[in-house]
Write a protein that binds this ligand. Structure first.
Ligand code: FAD
Ligand code: PHB
Length: 395
């Protein structure tokens, strides 16, 4: 293949773009990944932590699971805390052995970058002015700048994997995509803490002051979140104020408190549910956050990105083997079934655990009744468990 030509041009080296490039390589399909940030920046972005069983299996089955197997934390389930009581949801028992895996997104990204580069794959970091051309023709292209050089790559297909703020979906004509959106009147304040774990498994807490989540990254690094105003500035929150808030929202009658330590990162993230439909236009295919965004409560975003590129890589493989476009034409519909279920689940988890200023005493009591029902019904816990650890893939 001459320089300037590839089979699939991929915009974005997040989990979606990198995993797609890796899966295509295993299917002997060439790709070039274009990423606006530096490798170092991409590898330092702290985001997801929870991987579905199917995502873990996919990473293992495709040869990028070795470090995950050594370093990830595997949990049987999660705790739900409300009204001062803590209830264990035994996800492994309820789903016939599927576990909750804690392995940071930036570690997945590091493993995928290493695998691609080791296999001779091409990832162009630090590109700018990416423009996608001619997706309705069978000769699409992507132009971009790298340093002072203006370049263009011709390809058969373009994969828009450039996240929720990317440009690829904006290259479609006005009206080509329907936008389905819901905003939430709250965000998450996230911290990274240098301390041992506060709990052996994640704690999702509902409190009258708002939601809180105790998560983990490793034996010495913890991740915690609490619901906040999405317009909140991190500077407004001293370490002492953060710990006081977390202690109140996580309180139990026996005096449980989170293990404190130096806070090394503070971030406020907004929450929204968003789907663009269809996830394709001509020879452009959108995957991951470029096509849909979920609130993080259900821990689904990265996992959905992985499911999308699994479908896309198989459809592209089918095309190159048989010249049949059938699977490619069905890409959006196949993905959207899973996407809408993840939207439903993420919305439900969010509304189950967060408080809105507009909530009435009716809303509060209905929410508590829903939680009570959930932790006392095996059917309801099974529904939570099978969605959280991840529903099986279509095929
Ligand atoms: P991204 O990770 O956003 O990657 C897109 C890439 O494209 C970026 O590297 C970007 O620099 C690049 N790019 C953008 N524009 C351009 C351009 N014009 N040209 C070239 N490159 C470009 N998901 C889970 O599954 N489990 C969790 O536990 C979880 N927790 C989360 C917690 C938080 C606080 C947040 C914010 C998210 C969480 N998520 C979780 C969601 C998850 O992080 C995202 O869904 C995931 O990053 C999506 O991957 P992606 O590759 O589609 O997009
Ligand atoms: C995380 O550890 O970052 C995390 C865990 C659970 C979620 C979201 C994020 O639901």
């Amino acid at each position: 293949m001459s320089p300037g030509r590839t089979q699939v041009a991929i915009v974005g080296a997040g989990p979606a773009g990198l995993l797609l490039s890796h899966l295509l390589h295993l299917a002997r399909i060439e790709s070039v990944v274009l990423e606006s940030r530096s490798r170092d920046e991409v590898q330092r972005t702290v985001r997801a932590g929870v991987l579905e069983q199917g995502t873990v299996d996919m990473l293992r089955d495709t040869g990028v699971g070795a470090r995950l197997d050594r370093e990830a934390l595997f949990h049987r389930g999660v705790y739900l805390r409300f009204g001062g009581r803590t209830h264990h949801i035994d996800m492994e028992g309820l789903t016939g052995g599927k576990r909750v895996t804690l392995y940071a997104q930036q570690e997945v990204v590091k493993d995928l970058i290493a695998a691609r580069l080791e296999a001779g794959g091409e990832i162009r970091f630090g590109v700018s002015d990416v423009v996608i051309h001619d997706v309705l023709s069978d000769r699409p292209g992507v132009s971009f700048r790298q340093g002072a050089d203006a370049q263009r790559i011709e390809c058969d297909f373009v994969a828009g994997c450039d996240g929720s703020h990317g440009m690829s979906r904006h290259s479609l004509p006005e009206g080509a995509l329907a936008r389905h959106e819901r905003m939430y009147p709250f965000g998450w304040f996230g911290i990274l803490v240098e301390a041992p774990p506060s709990s052996d498994e994640l704690i999702y807490a509902r409190h009258d002051r708002g939601f809180a989540l105790v998560s983990t990254r490793s034996r010495m690094l913890q991740r915690m979140y609490f619901q906040c105003d999405p317009a909140q500035k991190t500077e407004a929150w001293s370490d002492d104020r953060i710990w006081a808030e977390l202690r109140s929202r996580l309180e139990t009658p026996d005096g449980w408190t989170p293990v404190e330590g130096p806070i090394t990162q503070k971030v406020v993230v907004g929450m929204r549910s968003l789907v663009f439909e269809p996830m394709q236009h001509g020879n452009l295919f959108l995957a991951g956050d470029a096509a849909h965004v979920v609130p993080p409560t259900g821990a689904k975003g990265l996992n959905l990105a992985a499911a999308d590129v699994r479908v896309l890589s198989r459809a592209l493989q089918r095309f190159y083997q048989s010249r049949s476009r059938d699977a490619l034409e069905g890409y959006s519909a196949t993905c959207l079934t899973r996407v809408w279920n993840a939207q439903r689940f993420s919305y439900w988890m969010t509304m189950l655990l967060h408080r809105a200023d507009s909530d009435t005493s009716f809303d509060r009591n209905r929410q508590l009744a829903e939680l009570e029902y959930l932790v006392h019904s095996r059917a309801a816990m099974t529904s939570l468990a099978e969605n959280y650890v991840g529903l099986p893939f279509e095929d």
